[in-house]
Design a protein around this ligand. Structure first.
Ligand SMILES: *[C@@H]1O[C@H](CO)[C@@H](O)[C@H](O)[C@H]1NC(C)=O
Ligand SMILES: *[C@@H]1O[C@H](CO)[C@@H](O)[C@H](O)[C@H]1NC(C)=O
Ligand SMILES: *[C@@H]1O[C@H](CO)[C@@H](O)[C@H](O)[C@H]1NC(C)=O
Ligand SMILES: *[C@@H]1O[C@H](CO)[C@@H](O)[C@H](O)[C@H]1NC(C)=O
Ligand SMILES: *[C@@H]1O[C@H](CO)[C@@H](O)[C@H](O)[C@H]1NC(C)=O
Ligand SMILES: *[C@@H]1O[C@H](CO)[C@@H](O)[C@H](O)[C@H]1NC(C)=O
Ligand SMILES: *[C@@H]1O[C@H](CO)[C@@H](O)[C@H](O)[C@H]1NC(C)=O
Ligand SMILES: *[C@@H]1O[C@H](CO)[C@@H](O)[C@H](O)[C@H]1NC(C)=O
Ligand SMILES: *[C@@H]1O[C@H](CO)[C@@H](O)[C@H](O)[C@H]1NC(C)=O
Length: 826
């Protein structure tokens, strides 16, 4: 951080400005001790010398904030060596920077401006940070002024600036880093829109490509996952006949943010934190190994979730196995059998990728994927195709004609690419067989089909003739289970279903019926033969910890009956499968509402308040009213399901622990749960109790009120979590600011304040301070006084041991909201 602030403290030599104006007229001189200030005093233009340098430059910096951050430099490559500079606007509308001692022109805007000799030109510094020269009488906001500093980017992209290319004016706006923090001269790094092929942004050091923000896919840059919608700025990419550019705009005018290409080559977005009077990095574009350009070579794919990170795409093998083994991936991968345009070649679909380098690609923004495939199929040199716009159902066509470079595999929001493969490769991937086997298949398949038809006919015949006998079976399937072998050890009255029933209900675990992925395996929707809808949780066969959790879940939940707990209908252990059958809830998880911009509008305050109360009652039942005392241990928004009437139901008991009635707390070596919801004493020391559930409940309440996730929450003041932010607002008496924008019209102020207060009481640092669920329900339901909350506690990560100690350090962490299992060696 120190280093950064050194860089930000850039000017020192401004003497009291003699005129505070936003405008200069032709032939007017701006001297070394004078500046031009934008109307709202946001930006200032004048002379400065950066850092420890003795050179002098004309530049623009923030006036409003004290750090003196320079955002634009005029004469970056031709500094003045002494203080006798003079900036003038000529009658032709050209800015000239002269050395007054000898009259030499050090810098001029002439080379860059269109040479229209304008009568009475005017130079103006706008509050966007743009210095424009226009004709007298012209509107300042017109499209093409005589000259504007925004067209001559240095190393900073301000909101409203265009990063890209204009084919009419021929202006190419791109980042060029400073040489060093002391020297604004053009450095080695550039970040530029490359328009050879489908436009994409490429960061180079000299000629060498260091980083590539994938092509724009309609939602963001393909493969750049940390550019997400946020509350500070929005972003857009424009591509049309005339121009192609990337642009950001601040959503709230008070936000001060800039994207900077550092002298080190790092692209960083900064936010100004007014309270702390300092800049803070909001995000860094290149922060992972996989962000390095083409780290895995052609046809290689970089996956941060794998170790080592590089793998060949399916159907491909390392070009040089020896090099690959010693983690030299530069030669990448090759086809196992070369493609040479044989008619039986085809395309394989690869999902969740960063699209490969589009230099040399071809595109058409209106074609459909089918047309796209046809063109690619017809052209032998076409190696792959994809939609150019993958938002919505996908549209447009993008074709590649060479080796595919710089592919990444990413977890979410990746793009889909169709790659040309030989028949052999396709066969190998789909059937694990090679082509000579395939020829045999061609004979076997028709024969097998014939046999199948005969068999099916026979079956149908028998089924038809014995229809009366079979009648009534479906409803018996639940009751007439042979024995209660479901767990084999507990006195369960839980129906056992056969695997075939479940397979039929879910259409053989068809992808179309998949509802989502839980901690231990996928969840499917199914319909029993009697029409009852069910949710089927299929534990992954490979998960080793699965059996334990499975039994746990069965035992815990089969004994529980409460309207705010999801109902277990049955289970199945057969053929290595472990399956749980639940009631199906049509509205899915609460997370699909409150974290979704449009769906969150469906939850008005009344509904949210009743959800909060429902969860509280469900939790109270778990903690106190059921026969056992149950600690859920993984309470989070995605584990709250909603039924048709928006009644909340707590689900996913895979991690629940039962404790004996009088036992209040327990210790575990296996910390399981979800970061962001785990109480500090649990995440840190493995101590769990009903109070650690209360903590998670508190987080839930704050999330429901605010509509943002606790983890990954970023705010101006950079509390990197919601709890810290809520605590700060509460102390300032502004807790209502926490309320989700979708709620503004429907809130009941007193209920909202109570909910936030209760939420904060639940997330207090020490378990003994936190209320139990009985008190929570009382507090939510009454108007009576409540104790003031003490400072909240939160746990950020194993590496920052001190966080649990000093709860006021707000740490940073990544955004993965995964259920984690941590084996603690202690
Ligand atoms: C600015 O400099 C000019 C000459 O360079 C001088 O005449 C003027 O007094 C100075 N103004 C201030 C405020 O120092
Ligand atoms: C300026 O010089 C001081 C002392 O030599 C040094 O500590 C500081 O880092 C330098 N600042 C910059 C921006 O280089
Ligand atoms: C204008 O551009 C030309 C060629 O690009 C260069 O030689 C010349 O020095 C430039 N003039 C100024 C005043 O920057
Ligand atoms: C602009 O054009 C005029 C006439 O076409 C020419 O005399 C003048 O030198 C030009 N100015 C610059 C700065 O190129
Ligand atoms: C970004 O936000 C500004 C200000 O709220 C708005 O005018 C603009 O239309 C938004 N742009 C996009 C692409 O959403
Ligand atoms: C893109 O494809 C559409 C439909 O095939 C066609 O009408 C259009 O002319 C194409 N545009 C370009 C620029 O090739
Ligand atoms: C295939 O596409 C390439 C690149 O667009 C083009 O140069 C070539 O002519 C095409 N070949 C055929 C047969 O259409
Ligand atoms: C991409 O597709 C979406 C949804 O079909 C559409 O709204 C958007 O305008 C498209 N973007 C571009 C750049 O074509
Ligand atoms: C395919 O398998 C056969 C034997 O099953 C083998 O002889 C042949 O070499 C294999 N082909 C390739 C291309 O690996």
């Amino acid at each position: 951080m120190k280093l950064i602030f050194g860089f930000l403290l850039l000017y020192a030599s401004i003497i009291t400005p003699t005129h505070c104006t936003d405008t200069i007229f032709s032939n007017q001189i701006v001297r070394y001790n004078e500046t031009i200030i934008s109307p709202l005093e946001t930006f200032e233009l004048g002379f400065f010398n950066p850092g420890n340098s003795t050179n002098h430059y004309v530049g623009i910096w923030y006036k409003k904030i004290s750090s003196g951050t320079v955002v634009w430099v005029a004469n970056r490559n031709t500094p003045l060596t002494h203080t006798s500079g003079e900036l003038t606007l000529t009658i032709q509308g050209v800015l000239l920077l002269r050395d007054a001692t000898n009259g030499n022109v050090v810098w001029s805007s002439a080379n860059s401006s269109s040479n229209s000799s304008a009568r009475n030109p005017i130079g103006k510094l706008l509050d966007t940070g743009n210095f424009i020269v226009h004709k007298e009488g012209d509107n300042v906001n017109q499209e093409n002024p005589i000259w504007q500093s925004f067209d001559f980017m240095t190393e900073t992209l301000l909101p409203g600036m265009k990063h890209g290319w204009d084919s009419i004016t021929g202006i190419d706006r791109y980042f060029t880093s400073w040489k060093s923090d002391d020297d604004p001269a053009s450095g080695e790094f550039t970040y530029r829109l490359d328009t050879r092929g489908y436009p994409q942004l490429i960061l180079r050091e000299g000629q060498i490509i260091k980083f590539r923000a994938g092509p724009w896919n309609g939602r963001g840059f393909s493969g750049v996952s940390n550019l997400r919608p946020n509350r500070f700025y929005n972003f857009t990419f424009v591509l049309n006949q005339r121009e192609a550019y990337y642009q950001t705009n601040v959503i709230d005018a008070s936000v001060i943010t800039r994207l900077v290409l550092q002298p080190s080559g790092l692209l960083e977005r900064w936010l100004w934190i007014d309270e702390k009077q300092e800049w803070s990095t909001f995000l860094t574009r290149q922060n992972e190994l996989c962000d390095q350009y083409a780290v895995c070579g052609p046809f290689g794919s970089c996956n941060m979730g794998k170790s080592p990170v590089c793998e060949c795409l399916k159907g491909f093998e390392p070009t040089s196995l020896d090099q690959w083994k010693i983690t030299d991936w530069s030669q990448g991968c090759k086809h196992t059998v070369p493609v040479d345009c044989k008619p039986d070649e085809g395309f394989k679909k690869y999902s969740n990728l960063k699209l490969p380098d589009t230099r040399g690609s071809w595109y058409n923004q209106t074609m459909t994927l089918v047309e796209c495939e046809n063109i690619c199929k017809r052209n032998c040199s076409c190696t792959a195709y994809a939609n150019s716009n993958t938002s919505g159902t996908g549209s447009g066509c993008l074709l590649w004609f060479s080796d595919l470079m710089d592919i990444r595999t990413i977890d979410e929001n990746g793009d889909t690419l169709h790659i040309r493969l030989s028949a052999f490769e396709l066969d190998l991937i789909e059937n694990g067989r090679n082509s000579s086997a395939r020829r045999r298949v061609r004979i076997i398949v028709p024969m097998a089909f014939l046999v199948l038809v005969i068999l099916v006919s026979i079956c149908l015949y028998y089924r038809f003739s014995s229809k009366t006998k079979l009648h009534g079976t479906p409803e018996n399937e639940f009751q007439n289970v042979p024995e209660n072998t479901c767990t084999g050890e507990e006195d369960l009255e839980l129906p056992l279903l056969s695997l075939s029933t479940i397979q039929r209900a879910t259409d053989y675990f068809s992808m179309n019926n998949k509802l989502g992925e839980g901690g231990f395996g996928p969840v499917y929707k199914g319909i029993l033969e009697d029409g009852q809808e069910i949710a089927v949780k299929r534990l992954a066969k490979t998960s080793t910890q699965g059996l334990h959790e499975f039994k746990n879940e069965v035992i815990s939940i089969s004994k529980l009956q409460h309207r705010n707990l999801v109902k277990l209908l049955g289970c199945c252990i057969e053929g290595g499968e472990k399956i749980l059958i639940y009631e199906y809830l049509s509205n899915k998880g609460l997370d699909s509402f409150i974290f979704d911009k449009t769906r969150s509008q469906l939850l008005d305050w009344r509904t949210r308040y009743s959800i909060i109360n429902g969860i509280a009652r469900g939790l109270l039942y778990l903690h106190q009213d059921s026969r056992l005392r149950i600690i859920h241990r993984d309470l989070k928004v995605s584990n709250i399901l909603l039924d048709v009437d928006m009644n909340p139901k707590i689900s996913d008991f895979g991690m629940a622990r039962t404790v004996r009635g009088n036992e209040m707390e327990a210790n575990t070596n296996r910390v399981v749960g979800t970061y962001g919801y785990m109480a500090p004493e649990y995440a840190g020391d493995g101590i769990f109790s009903i109070k650690s559930d209360v903590y998670s409940f508190g987080v839930l309440v704050l999330e429901i009120v605010c509509g943002s996730k606790n983890r990954g929450f970023v705010h101006k003041e950079l509390y990197n979590n919601l709890i810290g932010h809520a605590w700060g607002l509460h102390n300032d008496g502004k807790s209502l600011n926490l309320v989700d924008e979708c709620l503004v019209e429907s809130i009941n102020i007193s209920q909202v304040q109570r909910s936030i207060h209760v939420g904060l009481l639940c997330v207090q640092r020490y378990p003994e301070d936190r209320p139990n669920m009985t008190s929570v329900i009382m507090m939510l339901g009454s108007e009576g006084p409540m104790p003031p909350p003490k400072e909240p506690g939160f746990y950020v990560g194993k590496t920052k041991k001190d966080i649990t100690e000093s709860s006021s350090s707000y740490g940073r962490s990544s955004n993965n909201e995964l259920t984690i299992t941590m084996l603690d060696g202690r």
